[in-house]
Write a protein of this length. Structure first.
Length: 87
C-alpha cells in the first residue's frame, strides 16, 4: 500500500467536479456539498484534474466560464475512432 490519504472521490467524480466548476463557476463549497465531501477534497481534485486537462490542450483562462462543449475543446483535432468489427 502506498502512503498518503485515499481519494474520497473516484476519478470520474473529480473530473465532473472540475468540469462543473469550470463550466458553471460552482464554488468549491457548493461542489463539496453536492459530492458529500470536505471543501479541501474538491480543492485538491480540481488542482489535480486541471493540469491533466491542460496537458491535453484543454486550458481555461482565468475569469472565463465555459458555456458550450465547443468551448471546452477549442481547435482540438477529432479523436480517431476504431472501426467497428465487421465493417
Amino acid at each position: 500500500m502506498g502512503a498518503g490519504a485515499k481519494h474520497r472521490l473516484v476519478f470520474v467524480d473529480r473530473l465532473l467536479a472540475t468540469l462543473v466548476h469550470l463550466r458553471h463557476g460552482a464554488t468549491h463549497d457548493v461542489l463539496a456539498c453536492w459530492f458529500g465531501v470536505d471543501r479541501s477534497t474538491i480543492t485538491r481534485a480540481i488542482g489535480e484534474v486541471r493540469p491533466l486537462l491542460a496537458a491535453r490542450g484543454c486550458t481555461i483562462a482565468a475569469g472565463i466560464r465555459l458555456r458550450t462543449l465547443a468551448e471546452v475543446q477549442p481547435s482540438r483535432p477529432a479523436v480517431p475512432t476504431s472501426p467497428t468489427p465487421g465493417s
